[in-house]
Design a protein around this ligand. Structure first.
Ligand code: HEM
Length: 507
């Protein structure tokens, strides 16, 4: 058994371990490569931040590449083949993918500001962070003098320090999986029947065992054919090979515009201007109060990966099968149903045995929601746009502005983690027994092919009939997005040392 201090954090980019929350200023740059050799020279000296704990950190830099970026730098075909199909095809590169992700109607790639077609996919994403007031100087230092001959700036994404509050006004960044850096937790199904917040390293970092006890497929290199691979880590599962992706991850970025006045004015109308009803409906849609308090009571059970002192997170939906306290369709319940490998129910040994043997009664909420552990995301987004308090947003003359979230998540498997959550949990109009609704925050409201509507939000009320909210408008619109690969530091050195001419392929 290892301790987390034994984990080799110096080869990971820091964002895998930290959200850089204390570095309140940020600057996200989308770049294209103008001159591959100049770009590699810059990359070889870039002051990329690793994941070693550093309480004195005042600045940070993280770098990620799209497939187009890796191609522009001359990566070999044999390495490309090792990446996942989603990464190779890209977020907007396939109509079926767009439909599954809910990128239809106003969210369709044709309307995006960036990344919407192959010619608009940025090669590189630079994420810069600095302590208050320090971002301008940090950007200047990072860019150095030859930056503009190496790269073309496609777009600087807006970001703003709005603290731990997202633009609708809710506390954010409360629930994250705890990565099991010490690799102590078992992945055995029967021992993992209840919800655990402790997640196998291989779910977020490539080159380590995941929740299936498997190594996610990734690019490996035979060192005999490639002398510059010598400094890459060895593949743990296939020691004859060097592991190009070890200590790297996939980074999903989606620029999500939030219609803050539209959100609060709709809620105000539904609540007939009653402040209590307004608070209740908004909290039910999110699954938490604005200050982050969950709608569920604290669990009395131990939840691995969540200390009992973490009062905002120490809960599951175990005691609320129909959503009387937290509606099944609430954003946080859809995004992480907090289930274990066996369907929810009583914890007594006898009833667990009945379920293991498959004799338990099926409930309608047990369709898609089991086994959250295979679908967790490490969220690392930042908000943008001028702050508009809900109290001002409800006023008819509330100022419109571009506001939203640069949603970022880090995953080892884009399709099983981000795309599954987005498709099967957030955008699906059938989830956990509820129908005719998509995620009340994230969802588009396009009807189904059958014509059935999907713009409702239902809240069971133990004291009476279900509280139905109809004709929800779309509050969030996608403005751009892409899939990136964030390499480990030794792989970054390999990328910077690759020959630009890809003719070495035959070596
Ligand atoms: C503008 C868009 C979004 C807004 C305003 C938003 C807002 C929130 C808020 C207020 C929370 C509760 C705070 C917390 O638990 O950390 C939350 C949690 C969460 N959101 Fe979002 N979110 C957005 C987009 C997304 C997207 C695109 C996904 C994934 C597809 C997502 C997945 C999650 C997850 C996994 C949680 C934690 C749930 C839990 O573990 O209990 N969110 N979000």
């Amino acid at each position: 058994m290892k301790s987390s201090s034994e984990f080799n954090f110096d080869d990971l980019q820091g964002l895998l371990r930290f959200g850089h929350g204390k570095l309140t200023d940020s600057c996200f740059l989308l770049l294209n490569i103008k001159d591959a050799d100049a770009a590699k020279q810059w990359l070889s000296a870039a002051p990329v931040t690793n994941a070693m704990a550093n309480p004195h950190l005042k600045t940070a830099l993280q770098i990620a590449f799209s497939i187009e970026g890796l191609l522009a730098l001359g990566i070999k075909d044999s390495l490309i083949e090792g990446f996942s199909d989603e990464f190779i095809t890209g977020m907007s590169g396939n109509e079926s993918r767009s439909r599954r992700l809910g990128d239809v109607g106003a969210n369709a790639p044709e309307y995006w500001d960036w990344g919407g077609d192959a010619t608009q996919v940025p090669h590189l994403l630079l994420l810069l962070y600095a302590a208050k007031g320090g971002i301008k100087a940090w950007r200047k230092k990072v860019e150095g003098k030859d930056f503009s001959s190496a790269f073309e700036l496609l777009r600087q994404l807006p970001t703003l320090d709005i603290g731990q509050i997202e633009p609708f006004g809710f506390a954010d960044g409360i629930s994250q999986p705890s990565v099991d850096w010490s690799q102590q937790q078992t992945t055995d199904t029967h021992d993992r029947d209840r919800y655990s917040n402790l997640l196998a390293v291989g779910e977020v970092v490539l080159g380590y065992p995941n929740e299936y006890k498997q190594y996610t497929a990734r690019p490996l290199i035979d060192p005999k054919t490639d002398p510059i691979a010598a400094d890459l880590p060895t593949a743990e599962d296939q020691p004859k090979f060097k592991d190009f992706a070890r200590n790297g991850t996939y980074l999903v970025l989606r620029q999500l515009d939030q219609d803050v006045p539209g959100f609060w004015q709709f809620i105000e109308k539904e609540a007939e201007a009653d402040p209590e009803k307004r608070t209740q409906l908004a909290a039910a849609m999110v699954g938490r109060q604005r200050n982050g308090s969950p709608l569920m009571p604290e669990s009395v059970e131990d939840i691995p990966g969540i200390p009992s002192s973490d009062h905002l997170n120490h809960f599951t939906y175990q005691g609320d099968p129909v959503g009387n306290r937290c509606p099944i369709g609430a954003h946080i319940r859809r995004s992480n149903p907090r289930t274990g490998d066996l369907p929810s129910g009583s914890n007594c040994i006898f009833s667990r045995l009945i379920k293991i043997l498959g004799f338990g009664l099926k409930r309608p909420d047990e369709d898609l929601v089991a086994s959250s552990r295979f679908h967790r995301l490490l969220r690392r987004g930042r908000g943008y746009g001028p702050v508009l308090a809900p109290e001002d947003a409800v006023k008819p003359n509330a100022p419109a502005a571009e506001r939203g979230l640069q949603f970022i998540c880090l995953v080892a498997n884009i399709s099983r983690q981000f795309e599954f959550v987005q498709n099967a949990w957030s955008m699906s109009s059938k989830f956990g027994g509820v129908q005719h609704e998509r995620d009340p925050l994230l969802g588009h409201r396009e009807p189904l092919m059958s014509g059935a509507d999907t713009d409702q939000f239902n809240r069971p009320d133990p004291a009476g009939p279900v509280l139905k909210t109809c004709h929800l408008p779309q509050f969030i619109t996608l403005r751009g997005g892409g899939y990136f690969f964030m390499p480990g530091l030794s792989a970054l050195k390999y990328i910077a040392a690759m020959p630009t001419n890809r003719s070495d392929e035959t070596l």
